[in-house]
Write a protein that binds this ligand. Structure first.
Ligand code: XCC
Ligand code: SF4
Length: 656
C-alpha cells in the first residue's frame, strides 16, 4: 500500500486516502498497484486485437515477431491504435455536443408546440418561458453564433434562430459532402484553414481531398474505425493524417458546438468568485455531488436544489439545506456559470464518498469510475446514474429525459434528500481545506475584461512583458502524484512570464492551490512581467476557461489573436500541455491542439513508443505539416523548459 503522501500533493486527498486505508476501502491507487507490472506491449502500443487471427504483438526489441498474422508491422499497429484512441475521444466530446444541439432543438420545438396550444406567445418566441425545460439564457450569444454561421438574424424570433442554429450544428454531424464543417468555416481564420487544406499534400498524400479539413463529425469517427479495420489502411502517415482530421472534427465541430450551444442555453460564463476542494462539502447539509460532463443534467440539478418544497423536506429531515457541489467537468460547467463550488478533480471522486457526507453522487457520462459504486456501499451514499448511455451496475438508475427535465431533476434531488437520515454522523469526516478563486474566463469575459479587444494582451506579448500563452488541460492519472505535475508545470511557466489559460482537471488543480486568485501574482512563482500584467488588469496569472469541451474556448482565443496579427495559429508564441493526461479525450485534445498549430506537451507517454516512424511523425514531421508537434516529457521541470523554449523560438521567428 502507498503512503498517503505518495498519492497526492492535495492534503484533502491525503487525508481521505488514509481514512480509506483505515477503513479497508480499496481505491484507484490500490487497483493500479494490483495491475503492476502493466503489459509492456500495451504500454508501447504494439499489440493488436483488430481481428480474430490475433491478438498479435510485435517484438519491440527488433526480433521476431516483426509482423502480425496479417503482416501489419509495429508502426501500422501503433498508428492504428492511436487513431482508435483519437476517434474514441472525439466521439465522447462530439456525442456530448450532439446532445446539447439536440437539447436546443427540442426546446425550440417545444416552444413552437406550446405556442400553437395558445400559451404566452412572447415568452415562447423569446424562449424565456419557464414552461420550457430549457430556455435560451444568452440571446446575444445565440445571435453571435448565428451571425458567424452566416444565418440571417434580422426579424427572426429567438425560437426560430435557436432552431436554425441547432439544425446547422446537427447537419455538421451527419453531412456527407466533401466540404469542411460549417462550424469550422465559421470560426477558423483563413490562414490556419489553408494549412489544414494543404497538410496532406505536404505529407505526400495528395489524395486526401481537402487535406485534414473534417467533413462530417460522425463521418471522420466512422472512417477512423473503417481505416483501422484489418486489411484497410497500413501507412502510418495516412492513418495519422486521418487522426488529425478526426480530432479537428472534435475541436472545430463537436466540442465547439458543445461549448457554444451550452453558452446559449445556460449563459456565457462571466468572471465570478467561487471555491474548490473537498472542504466545500457541508456537515449539516444534504450534499449532492454532480459528476460527469454534461450541464444539460447538472444545470437542472442546481435548479431543483433550490425548489422550496425540497428545501422544506430537507429541513424536516434535519438538514440545514441542500448543498450541490461539482466534480470533474460537469462541476466546472456549473462552477463557471454559477459559482457552484467544485469538490475536486478526477482522483477525488472516491475521496468525496469517503467523507461519509455525500447523500448522492449524480453522474452522467465520462470519467466516472465504476468503483464509485463499490466505495459508496461502505457508506449511505447513493450513486444515481442518469444517462441512457451510461449505466453503472449497483447504482440507482433515474434516466434523464430533456422533455421532462424539471420533473426528473426534482426526483433525483428528492432521492438525495430522503437519504440524509441514513447518514451516520459518527462516520463523517470532511477535510477542512478549500480554496477560493476567480473563474468564468470565457472568451467573451476576457474580451470584456480587456475593454472589448485582445489588444492589451497582444501588446504585452509583443513587448515581452508576457512571453507567451500556455494552454493547460487534462486529467489526473494515478501514475502521477495527484496534481503534482499540474502545479509544477504551471509555476515553472508562470515564473518565466508565460500567461496560463486552462481547463478540465488541470483547472480544478490550479484553483485548489490558489492560482486563480489575483494575489497569486505576488508569489515567487510568478515572473515580474506576468505579475505586472496581472496586477495592471486585476486578473490572476492563470485563467480558468472551463471544462474539457471548453478547450475550444482556448482555440477560439488563439484564433482571435492570430486574426488580429494576420497569422496562422502555428506562428503564435503559444503552447499546450496535458501534464497528467489520462483519457482518450485528452489524446484527441492534444492532437487537435497540434493539428491547429499549437505545439503540445504530454506528461504521460502515450502508447506509441513501439512505432519509431509514428514517434518521428508525431514529434518532428508534424512541424512541417501543420507547424506544430508533440513534446513528450514526464519530468515537469524539463517539460516547462521545453515549452518555454518553444515559445521563445516562436518569438524569435516573429522578430519580437
Ligand atoms: Fe476527465 Fe473532464 Fe480528464 Fe478530468 S480533465 S479526467 S477527461 S474530467 Ni477534461
Ligand atoms: Fe493481428 Fe493483423 Fe489481425 Fe491485428 S489485424 S490482430 S495485426 S492479424
Amino acid at each position: 500500500m502507498k503512503k498517503y503522501k505518495e498519492v497526492s500533493i492535495d492534503s484533502t486527498t491525503q487525508q481521505m486516502y488514509e481514512r480509506a486505508q483505515e477503513m479497508g476501502i480499496e481505491t484507484v491507487w490500490e487497483r493500479l498497484e494490483k495491475q503492476q507490472p502493466q503489459c509492456g506491449y500495451g504500454l508501447l502500443g504494439v499489440c493488436c486485437r483488430n481481428c480474430m487471427m490475433g491478438p498479435c504483438r510485435i517484438n519491440p526489441f527488433g526480433g521476431e515477431p516483426r509482423r502480425g498474422v496479417c503482416g501489419a508491422d509495429a508502426d501500422t499497429i501503433v498508428a492504428r491504435n492511436l487513431l482508435r484512441m483519437i476517434a474514441a475521444g472525439a466521439a465522447a466530446h462530439s456525442d456530448h455536443g450532439r446532445h446539447v444541439a439536440l437539447t436546443l432543438l427540442i426546446a425550440a420545438e417545444m416552444a413552437e408546440k406550446f405556442k400553437k396550444e395558445g400559451k404566452p406567445v412572447l415568452e415562447l418566441d423569446n424562449m424565456a418561458s419557464s414552461t420550457l425545460p430549457y430556455q435560451v439564457r444568452d440571446v446575444e450569444k445565440l445571435k453571435a453564433v448565428a451571425e458567424r454561421l452566416g444565418i440571417e438574424t434580422e426579424g427572426k424570433t429567438v425560437r426560430e434562430l435557436a432552431k436554425e442554429v441547432a439544425e446547422v450544428a446537427l447537419h455538421d454531424f451527419g453531412k456527407q459532402d466533401e466540404e469542411a464543417l460549417a462550424f469550422l468555416k465559421a470560426y477558423l481564420n483563413p490562414k490556419t484553414y489553408e494549412i489544414f487544406e494543404k497538410a496532406a499534400e505536404k505529407a505526400g498524400m495528395p489524395w486526401f481531398e481537402n487535406g485534414i479539413l473534417p467533413r462530417g463529425i460522425d463521418r471522420e469517427i466512422v472512417e477512423s474505425l473503417h481505416r483501422t479495420h484489418i486489411g484497410t489502411d497500413h501507412d502510418p502517415v495516412s492513418i495519422l493524417l486521418h487522426g488529425l482530421k478526426t480530432s479537428l472534427g472534435d475541436a472545430w465541430g463537436g466540442s465547439l458546438i458543445a461549448t457554444e450551444l451550452q453558452d446559449v442555453l445556460f449563459g456565457t460564463p462571466q468572471v465570478i468568485k467561487a471555491e474548490a476542494n473537498l472542504g466545500v462539502l457541508k456537515e449539516d447539509y444534504v450534499n449532492i455531488v454532480v459528476h460527469g460532463h454534461e450541464p444539460v443534467l447538472s444545470e437542472k440539478i442546481v435548479e431543483a436544489a433550490q425548489d422550496p418544497e425540497l428545501l422544506e423536506l430537507a429541513e424536516k429531515l434535519g438538514a440545514k439545506g441542500i448543498n450541490v457541489v461539482g466534480m470533474c467537468c460537469t462541476g466546472l460547467e456549473v462552477l463557471m456559470r454559477h459559482g457552484i463550488p467544485i469538490a475536486g478533480n478526477f482522483l477525488q471522486q472516491e475521496m468525496a464518498i469517503v467523507t461519509g457526507a455525500v447523500e448522492a453522487m449524480v453522474v452522467d457520462v465520462q470519467c466516472i469510475m465504476p468503483a464509485t459504486v463499490d466505495v459508496a456501499r461502505c457508506f449511505h451514499t447513493k450513486i444515481i446514474d442518469t444517462s441512457p448511455l451510461a449505466t453503472f451496475p449497483g447504482a440507482i438508475h433515474i434516466k434523464f429525459d430533456e422533455r421532462r427535465a424539471d420533473e426528473i431533476a426534482k426526483e433525483i434531488v428528492k432521492t438525495a434528500v430522503e437519504n440524509f437520515p441514513n447518514r451516520s454522523k459518527q462516520r463523517v469526516e470532511i477535510p477542512k481545506e478549500k480554496m477560493a478563486g476567480y473563474v468564468g474566463f470565457s472568451v467573451e469575459a476576457i474580451l470584456k475584461h480587456f475593454g472589448g479587444s485582445l489588444k492589451p494582451l497582444e501588446e504585452a506579448i509583443v513587448e515581452g512583458k508576457i512571453k507567451g500563452v500556455a494552454g493547460l488541460v487534462g486529467c489526473n492519472n494515478p501514475k502521477i502524484k495527484q496534481d503534482h505535475n499540474h502545479i509544477k508545470i504551471a509555476n515553472e511557466l508562470m515564473k518565466r512570464d508565460v500567461l496560463l489559460i486552462g481547463t478540465g482537471c488541470w483547472a480544478t488543480a490550479a484553483m485548489k492551490y490558489g492560482i486563480f486568485l489575483p494575489e497569486y501574482a505576488d508569489t515567487e512563482n510568478v515572473g515580474p512581467g506576468l505579475r505586472e500584467f496581472a496586477k495592471e488588469w486585476g486578473i490572476p496569472p492563470a485563467l480558468n476557461m472551463g471544462s474539457c469541451v471548453d478547450c475550444t474556448r482556448m482555440l477560439v482565443l488563439a484564433d482571435l489573436i492570430a486574426r488580429d496579427l494576420n497569422l496562422p495559429i502555428s506562428a503564435l508564441p503559444v503552447v499546450g500541455s496535458a501534464p497528467e493526461a489520462m483519457t482518450e479525450k485528452a489524446v484527441s485534445i492534444g492532437t487537435y491542439f497540434v493539428a491547429s498549430g499549437i505545439t503540445t506537451h504530454l506528461g504521460i507517454v502515450p502508447p506509441v513508443l513501439g512505432g519509431p516512424k509514428v514517434v518521428k511523425i508525431l514529434t518532428q514531421d508534424l512541424y512541417d505539416i501543420v507547424g506544430a508537434a508533440f513534446i513528450v516529457e514526464p519530468d515537469p521541470y524539463k517539460a516547462a523548459k521545453l515549452m518555454y523554449e518553444h515559445i521563445m523560438k516562436k518569438r524569435k521567428e516573429l522578430g519580437i
